[in-house]
Design a protein around this ligand. Structure first.
Ligand code: GLU
Length: 419
């Protein structure tokens, strides 16, 4: 995080869209503040007997459309301001795609790479215990995000079940989504965000013309989202010419062998050392001439300076908040379009919703069922954004917020503000 508040930037984003459709100050004020900010400091014995105090967050932004929903991030840069922004984005994301959830986000300020699996299990269990009844299958439902995965979710579910009374234990599997299939996870959840990013690309091509097998793509980030997107994009015919992560930037203008790179990262701490491409300077990623740029890492990556070097046609925000307001202005001036985060990366929370429904009914849906329902929701959300964009003559980001704001304010109008 830089000096500027990420949360304030997220507020400015929705306010711009609110101006377009004249949303009243009442709703602007409510949506500018998270409903609850939970901070827990919890001690854990780690390593060979050292007591460490960790700080964890759960920010519950809105539950007007349904239970709070959103991921847990384990990263050294996690702080209150970041989690507040990420929580607000979840509210708009779930409203935009029309699923009955609110928005939340949480995390722990930690570098998971510095701890053993044994330590991580203790840290996750203690964090879950510290959150206690602030989460719950009908109240607030965490999921994976940067630095967490299905193993993290399995531990949270197990810990939560163990602090639940015996008669209720079997009914709380849905306290988290993104679990392993063995523990009640859903088919397709792991690749869902990457799959949704590819749908964003397909939808954009349907609108603007062109074919997937004519596109060159650069990707920043090779974690869950970036690597699954890369695999699916190659299957669909795209050429991935650059991949960057925290260890290196790799370029191969003939196309990187993504299957081999995935095998490499399964055995190594990052993409560094992979033979099938040339290592380049971090900044070269932004100046490389490609059709599509996919930021799939952290916030604030496309700054003004980097945007000035970029020459792609489309940026698909697989990460949350990857473009700074100044970067966005430069991209707009250059005619580079943005598929906004709350639309482009909504695939994860959509399949989380399916997992939650399956847990509620103790049933497992088939992969075909999930694919069909997934495509329906993603496609409808994109269609809605394109319609609004045409009617209001605005950016895709503003249009996405307009769809979300209309949904949120119509519910506030009918429910009223208590008391
Ligand atoms: N962390 C993901 C996101 O930013 C997924 C959230 C979820 O599945 O609840 O959308």
């Amino acid at each position: 995080m830089g000096q500027r508040s990420l949360h304030q930037a997220s507020v400015d984003q929705f306010q711009r869209a609110a101006d377009l459709i004249e949303i009243s100050d009442t709703y602007r004020n409510i949506l500018s503040h998270p409903k609850n900010e939970i901070i827990v400091n919890f001690p854990v014995w780690v390593g060979s007997g050292e007591l460490k105090i960790f700080t964890g967050y759960r920010i519950q932004h809105s539950n007007v459309l349904g239970p709070f929903k959103g991921g847990l991030r384990f990263h050294p840069d996690v702080d209150l301001d970041e989690v507040k922004a990420l929580a607000a984005w979840m509210t708009f994301k779930t409203a935009l795609v029309g699923i009955p959830f609110g928005g939340a986000k949480g995390g722990v300020t930690i570098d998971p790479r510095e701890y053993s699996k044994d330590d991580m299990r203790k840290i996750v269990r203690k964090f879950t215990h510290a959150l206690g009844s602030n989460i719950g299958p009908n109240h607030d439902i965490p999921a994976p995000d940067v630095g967490t995965n299905s193993q993290t979710m399995d531990w949270i579910m197990d810990t939560y079940a163990n602090i639940t009374s015996p008669g209720q234990r079997q009914s709380v599997k849905g306290v988290v989504t993104g679990k392993s299939i063995e523990c009640g996870g859903s088919s397709g959840r792991e690749e869902a965000t990457g799959r949704g990013v590819l749908y964003s690309l397909r939808h954009w091509l349907g609108e603007t013309g062109g074919r997937l097998d004519e596109l060159s793509v650069s990707i920043q980030g090779f974690g869950n989202v970036g690597s699954h997107f890369a695999r699916l994009a190659v299957e669909a015919g795209c050429k991935i010419v650059a991949v960057a992560d925290h260890t290196a930037t790799l370029i191969n203008e003939d196309g990187i062998d993504i299957e081999k790179l995935r095998d490499w990262t399964a055995q190594n701490p990052g993409i560094i050392g992979f033979g099938g491409a040339t290592e380049a300077d971090t900044e070269e990623l932004f100046s490389l001439p490609v059709d599509v740029f996919v930021p799939a890492a952290l916030e604030n990556q496309i700054t003004k300076e980097r945007a000035e070097k970029m020459s792609c046609r489309l940026v698909i925000e697989a990460a949350n908040g990857p473009t700074t307001p100044e970067g966005e202005k430069v991209l707009a001036e250059k005619g580079i379009e943005i598929a906004p985060d709350i639309l482009a990366n909504a695939g994860g929370v959509i399949v989380s919703y399916f997992e939650w429904l399956q847990n509620k009914s103790s049933r497992a849906w088939s992969a075909e069922d999930i694919d069909r329902r997934f495509k329906d929701l993603v496609w409808k959300a994109h269609d809605n954004v394109v319609d609004v964009r045409k009617n209001l003559d605005c950016s895709r980001r503003d249009a996405a917020y307009v769809v979300a704001l209309r949904r949120l304010t119509s519910v506030y109008e009918r429910r009223g503000i208590f008391p």
